[in-house]
Ligand binder design. Structure first.
Ligand code: DLL
Length: 432
């Protein structure tokens, strides 16, 4: 059945209905993982907590956390709560560091996922009947297939191109005339650049609505992309461990932050050092518990993403999560100051003459970690202009972030382009 917001009952729940459903689903999830996943039983036993102890939502704090190490330690299939034969599909992270993390779905999970992504797209301004150009990778990554099936559920015509071959993407956009696009914002910039290169004004294309996610991006980046197009771009958040895309998304009407789909995911924000809860409104690490997953339920999963929770608006029962400012493992500590790539992105986008591409290179020549920000001019510039731009960016980093960085200005095209998630940090520090 095609998705509609009108028949999506949870969108219209009162807070009491939501909380009651969350509690019932949490209790069910906790009981199922305790009974069918040896890791959770051992971890609960070690903490002296039993599923019967979960009497109200606040009791979630009695439960142990899980994280990426939990997944790696149980690689590949150790955390599944159903017999392997009931898995319809598995996905996995790319595993650039260590083993990949594997997640799996039953048929029912795939159905839930499709409805959730359809909800995200619908709330984000994609309509039934739209052509959706799906510009992210298919395969083990959850972004491609997740959005693909969600868009189908909404009643879209999906163009499953995946990432890369930018020239061809632009050709297909001209030929097929999609109204909607799903991409990582950093790769979409490359698509826009190619349009510029061939003399095609992105405003003359059919694109009107975009869902961007899979990597941190700032409101400044949204403004920069919207200024070059007729697109309204909404944020789409998710992670493989929880389901993939579909955990939270932004409304095209309200554009006031990511609506966290609390009927399926129970959020907490904790201090990443003490693991103590922080109140709504304060920034900390997002911890999520799945409430409806069959094959791969996760309890108190530490996402490493930094965000905060605020009250709901258009769907009042569903809280919002602030746009991700960064991940705890993307936090650079430069001369005692915490620096996130998103802060650098905001500075670069406020500077005329610079392209939106940048990278942060970390080195450690002596005892101190040094940050060099690589930036790129929009067009070829003389050394004098480049030096002035470097000095400006350095000053802004000093004034707005409070630390000292080197800045290297490159020619147009001098910074690595991504096809999927951008690599913002290049760590060249001595290892070991
Ligand atoms: O990136 C799922 C996804 C695909 C989301 C397509 C949206 C669109 P993973 O590869 O497991 O899953 O990476 C998850 O990416 O913990 C965040 O750090 C980051 N991330 C995902 N969406 C956003 C977003 C997918 N909208 C990790 N803003 C997460 C900021 C995001 N970061």
């Amino acid at each position: 059945m095609a998705y509609t917001q009108a028949t999506d009952a949870a969108l219209h729940w009162s807070l009491d209905e939501l909380r009651a459903t969350q509690l019932a689903r949490l209790q069910d999830t906790v009981r199922r993982v305790y009974e069918s996943v040896p890791h959770y039983r051992a971890a609960f036993d070690a903490q002296g907590v039993h599923p019967d102890d979960i009497r109200e939502l606040a009791d979630i704090r009695l439960l142990p956390f899980a994280d990426k190490h939990t997944l790696r330690a149980n690689y590949p299939f150790g955390l599944f709560a159903v017999p392997r034969e009931q898995l319809a599909v598995v996905h996995a992270s790319s595993g650039t560091t260590g083993k990949p993390t594997v997640v799996g779905y039953t048929e029912q999970d795939l159905d839930t996922w499709a409805s959730l992504v359809a909800r995200c797209l619908s709330v984000g301004g994609v309509r039934p009947g739209d052509i959706l150009h799906n510009l992210v990778g298919y395969g083990l990554f959850t972004g491609g297939l997740g959005v693909h099936t969600g868009a189908q559920r909404l009643g879209c015509t999906v163009v499953p191109v995946g990432g890369g071959m930018t020239e061809r993407q632009v050709q297909l956009i001209q030929d097929f005339k999609p109204r909607a696009v799903h991409a990582t914002p950093s790769y979409f910039l490359s698509v826009l650049d190619h349009m510029d290169k061939i003399g095609l004004d992105p405003r003359d294309t059919s694109l009107e609505v975009a869902m961007f996610g899979a990597e941190p991006w700032t409101l400044a980046m949204r403004d920069a992309i919207e200024a070059r197009t007729r697109i309204k771009a909404q944020d789409l958040f998710g992670l493989s461990e929880l389901i993939g895309p579909g955990v939270a998304s932004e409304s095209i009407e309200a554009r006031d932050g990511l609506i966290l789909w609390e009927d399926h995911f129970y959020p907490e924000i904790v201090d990443p050092d003490t693991l103590e809860p922080v109140p709504d409104g304060q920034t900390g690490e997002l911890v999520l518990t799945s409430l409806t997953k069959q094959a791969f339920p996760v309890v108190r999963y530490r996402t490493k993403d930094l965000s905060s929770l605020t009250p709901g608006t258009i769907f009042p029962a569903m809280r919002h999560m602030a746009k991700i400012t960064g991940r705890t493992d993307d936090m650079m500590i430069i001369r005692g100051v915490n620096v996130f790539p998103t802060q650098i992105e905001e500075i670069i986008l406020s500077e005329h003459g610079l392209s939106p591409y940048f990278q942060c290179v970390l080195t450690q020549p002596g005892n101190m970690v040094e940050l060099t920000v690589l930036i790129e001019t929009l067009v070829h510039e003389e050394d004098e202009v480049k030096n002035a731009l470097a000095a400006d960016v350095r000053t802004q980093i000093k004034n707005r972030i409070g630390t000292t960085a080197h800045v290297e200005v490159r020619e147009p095209g001098g910074i690595e382009r991504s096809v999927g998630k951008a690599r913002r940090i290049v760590d060249k520090r001595r290892k070991g």
